[in-house]
Design a protein around this ligand. Structure first.
Ligand code: GCB
Length: 580
């Protein structure tokens, strides 16, 4: 799936701005014909979550209707037109001029509708019904029934099976774009290395097959035209770049691939894609980038900020990337859902290695609803790989975070997802992030292991000596059983900024700094550990529970407004040391 572009042959208009919203707690909108337009809407910003824009609707997750009007700026008969949504959480039904275009389930992934022939040239009405309710058969799930006899179970309000606020709304840009009918519909780029040459394999897919030729050029830094070739459009080609500049965190070199389609000497479409030449492999205990061992230092993070909630905010992704660089991170995981496409573009440019995670968090394996959850996870895996397959920054796919994998049904579930991901991408390693440990059913077949651990916090609170012993023992046990490389994908401590203690004590800035330091000491003694991701880059909004003071997870090494805690400075010192 290509991100829309504007150039001489393609047009793209961003419909972001002030829309109107009407909340529909009684689910009356459909019967009352709101799909053809509604009255009494309140202004709302798109993209952004509704929960932060209207204080009284913070916890409202039910149905809401959005509408906006737009005119098509130019009439281009030879073109197809699409409406594309970057992310709507959770369920979206879309109508254009009163006609239902379709439905998409799941936030954080793009979807689009072909609206060719459906647009009016004198003005259009776009209506979107969004439903953000939590349900056991949705992914991520929520409102999952608990054992009524279990008096000690933790409840959240709202009750998501995950630890972040279930923000709702239109979260990323809504785009109207036009391409030539017979234009480029997709590009798939894979890269390889042969000696000091780079190999760039490009597959050009087209919307319609009519006679056309494709001209591919690859422009580099020093050598402006690295390669040029002409093929029959729709075909596949390998470009060979002698003395290639490889992509890596220290030197994220990007070539510009331009594909042009032409017919009888007339160019009718063009798409430009940044390409980083690199390889990723798992080899025994090691993770290799360009055939060299690589060690990941980085974070889990959330798309989360006051006022916009989970809405796309360009300055925030620049800021967070800069903070990660300042600390010395070379990587991050898209916890617990795919981040914006713009964040992935930045990762390519800045040289972050990304473990790209689907929105499958809090999965459980009880009936009813298991098959529906699997089908949704399959859809997310397909959509994520289609969206992000061309990013050099993406070095692995994560199929889920902390599934309840102690149930036997977890094994066939993840085997199915693993096989699907492998069939869609033969090159990248695939993983599952567990909190189950040695009993994790999926560790038998994933390419490397990811573990989240909080010894010295949720278990053995306050006791970092015991916590570190347990961590060390568990890492050894995992390696002894599976013989695969491992990344500690979460570890951290809630920390109240400004809370200090002479001797490290829970919730103080000293305790967080001490815990991260001691965990890292343990990790560095294990040759099979290939990375450390601290939980979290910044404090973030959650539901309410006894664990979440003020409705926040405070494990950020930066506050929610991006001010450093002591641990940020400590980590910066550790990660700038030369050894790993
Ligand atoms: C975890 C989860 C993450 C939570 C974190 C915590 O294991 O993966 O979503 O926020 O623990 O702080 O409890």
């Amino acid at each position: 799936m290509l991100y829309p572009q504007s150039n001489r042959f393609r047009q793209c208009f961003d419909l972001s701005g002030f829309w109107e919203i009407r909340f529909d707690p009684e689910n009356a909108g459909e019967a009352q014909g709101w799909s053809a337009g509604f009255r009494d809407g309140r202004p709302i910003a798109v993209p952004a979550s509704w929960n932060e824009q209207f204080a009284e609707l913070r916890d409202y997750l039910g149905a809401a209707w959005y509408q906006t009007r737009f005119e098509l700026p130019a009439r281009i008969e030879s073109h197809k037109h699409f409406l594309r949504f970057g992310s709507v959480n959770y369920l979206a039904d879309v109508w254009l001029n009163g006609v239902w275009l379709g439905r998409h389930e799941g936030g954080h992934l793009p979807f689009e509708f072909d609206v060719t022939g459906k647009l009016r040239f004198d003005g259009n009405l776009l209506v979107v019904r969004v439903d953000g309710s939590l349900a056991p058969d949705r992914v991520p799930p929520g409102n999952v029934p608990r054992d009524p006899l279990d008096r000690f179970v933790e409840f959240n309000y709202p009750d998501g099976s995950f630890d972040f606020f279930p923000y709702c709304g239109i979260h990323r840009p809504v785009l109207l774009y036009s391409t030539h009918r017979a234009g480029i519909s997709d590009l798939t780029v894979t890269t390889d290395i042969e000696g000091d040459a780079g190999l760039v394999q490009v597959q050009v897919a087209r919307a319609e097959t009519s006679s056309a030729r494709a001209r591919l050029t690859l422009q580099g830094r020093g050598d402006p035209l690295a390669a040029e070739v002409e093929i029959e459009a729709g075909a596949e080609v390998v470009l060979r770049i002698p003395h290639a500049d490889l992509w890596s965190p220290g030197s994220p070199h990007l070539y510009q691939l331009t594909v042009e389609l032409e017919n009888e000497g007339q160019v009718f479409d063009r798409y430009t894609l940044p390409v980083g030449i690199r390889t990723v492999k798992v080899d025994g205990d090691r993770l290799l980038l360009n055939d060299q061992p690589i060690y990941l230092k980085g974070f889990g993070r959330h798309e989360d900020f006051p006022v916009v909630g989970r809405g796309f905010l360009p300055a925030l992704i620049v800021k967070d990337s800069a903070l990660m660089q300042w600390v010395g991170a070379n990587s991050f995981r898209t916890t617990h859902y795919p981040y914006s496409e713009q964040m992935m573009d930045l990762a390519d440019r800045l040289g972050f290695l990304v473990i790209d995670e689907t929105p499958a968090v809090g999965l459980f394996f009880d009936e009813p609803g298991l098959d529906r959850r699997l089908q949704l996870c399959r859809q997310y895996t397909q959509e994520l790989i289609a969206r992000d397959k061309n990013h050099p920054s993406v070095i692995a796919w994560s199929l889920a975070n902390e599934p309840h994998s102690w149930r036997p049904a977890a094994k066939p579930f993840f085997q199915d997802l693993y096989d699907l991901a492998r069939s869609l991408d033969t090159a990248r390693p695939i993983t599952v992030v567990t909190h189950v440990g040695v009993e994790e059913e999926a560790f038998e077949f994933v390419d490397f292991m990811c573990l989240n651990r909080y010894y010295g916090w949720y278990t053995d609170p306050g006791d970092l000596d015991l916590g570190c012993q347990k961590l060390s023992a568990e890492l050894d046990a995992l390696y002894a059983k599976y013989h695969k490389p491992l990344i500690l994908t979460e570890f951290g401590a809630d920390t109240i900024p400004g809370c200090h203690a002479e001797q490290p004590e829970m919730f103080s800035e000293e305790y967080q700094a001490e815990m991260l330091t001691r965990y890292i000491e343990v990790l560095r003694t294990k040759p099979f550990v290939v990375g450390e991701h601290v939980w979290n880059l910044c404090d973030f909004k959650t539901g309410q529970s006894t664990r979440r003071v003020g409705g926040f997870n405070l494990k950020g090494i930066f506050t929610r407004d991006r001010k450093p805690k002591l641990a940020a400075h400590k980590l910066r010192e550790l990660w700038h040391r030369p050894e790993k």
